[in-house]
Design a protein. Structure first.
Length: 325
């Protein structure tokens, strides 16, 4: 047969092979591990007056598993941490076969203002991007993830606590490392028979391990509480005599960063005085004395006002009046 005919035959064989492989989902590392690539060559010729076709032996090659991974932080900005918080990461299997990864969180990063305490890791079981206690699967630090399919992503949470010594505005980083449980090493390192369907496992360009860092910012909100009193006597003066009215003002001011809440202000009615009905106020808003739908309540024994969530830099003022017996 002429070379041109042989080229034509080979071209057709490649096209057919390509069509068959197209039905296999593409992954970051190409053909799925364990896939068999099979090929048989043929030749046609004429001898004398007889045309013949012969076939070669079949060559079968099993695709090896490439071990690769990519880790990324999913928090768009620094996470504000007070008593506890959550950092969110994505672990993507960029290899071509299913693989589990050892997950390790390291809070002791050089340059940190403080080192957070890692309480646990968790897998986003329902894939909603939010840590759900009692729903998402907890994993010990240094434990293995579930097997992740090729080209699939698993969301991982790092649960942290802020140390008591952290000051407002200080920052810290926590690193999440994912390493293929089959093995890691320099690219090209081979683990014979350790891959999908008995294929070899070959370390990819990532070294089969990767990491990303999330940032925490300490939020330490403090409350200053200042109480003052104004006396108005029955004679138009300001002497504390029987029958005089005392109006108390309580100001709560939040400093630091973040917010606190709910902030509840309480005060007892002083001995030798009587609470003046209808005198309770939150800011400029009058409150009923009854324990009803508004923020406050008052009685002959004391007052209580729920001022809600208060952001740093804001204040809340509560007022009430009593009469000296």
């Amino acid at each position: 047969m002429k070379k041109s005919s042989i080229r034509h035959l080979t071209s057709c064989t490649i096209l057919a092979g390509g069509f068959l492989l197209a039905s296999t989902p593409a992954t970051a590392a190409g053909v799925i591990a364990g896939t068999l690539i099979e090929n048989t060559a043929s030749a046609s010729y004429t001898t004398g007056n007889t045309s013949k076709t012969i076939e070669s032996n079949k060559v079968t090659i099993k695709i090896d598993e490439v071990l690769d991974v990519a880790v990324a932080s999913l928090d768009s900005s620094a996470v504000t941490i007070s008593e506890s918080n959550v950092l969110t990461f994505a672990v993507t299997n960029t290899g071509n076969g299913p693989e589990a990864f050892t997950l390790t969180a390291d809070p002791a990063i050089a340059g940190n203002d403080f080192d957070a305490a890692v309480t646990s890791l968790a897998i986003d079981t329902n894939d909603n991007g939010i840590y759900d206690a009692g729903v998402d699967t907890l994993v010990i630090n240094g434990g293995a993830s579930p097997s992740i399919d090729a080209d699939a992503t698993l969301k991982v949470f790092i649960l942290v606590n802020s140390p008591s010594g952290a000051s407002d505005g200080q920052s810290s980083q926590v690193k999440l490392t994912a390493a293929a449980t089959t093995g890691t090493g320099t690219p090209g390192t081979t683990f014979p028979g350790a891959g999908t369907d008995g294929s070899d496992a070959v370390v990819g360009s990532s070294g089969a391990t990767d990491f990303a860092q999330g940032t925490l910012v300490a939020s330490v909100a403090t409350v200053a509480l200042v109480k003052s009193a104004t006396v108005t006597d029955p004679f138009g003066g300001s002497q504390a005599v029987p029958g005089a009215t005392i109006r108390y003002e309580i100001v709560a001011t939040v400093s630091g960063s973040g917010s606190i809440g709910p902030l509840t202000i309480t005060d007892a009615i002083p001995a030798s005085t009587t609470y003046q009905a209808g005198s309770l106020k939150l800011g400029t808003t009058a409150l009923t004395d009854a324990a009803d739908s508004d923020a406050g309540s008052a009685s002959e024994t004391g007052i209580s006002v729920d001022t809600g969530t208060v952001a740093a830099g804001e204040s809340r003022t509560v007022e009430f009046a009593v009469k000296i017996n």
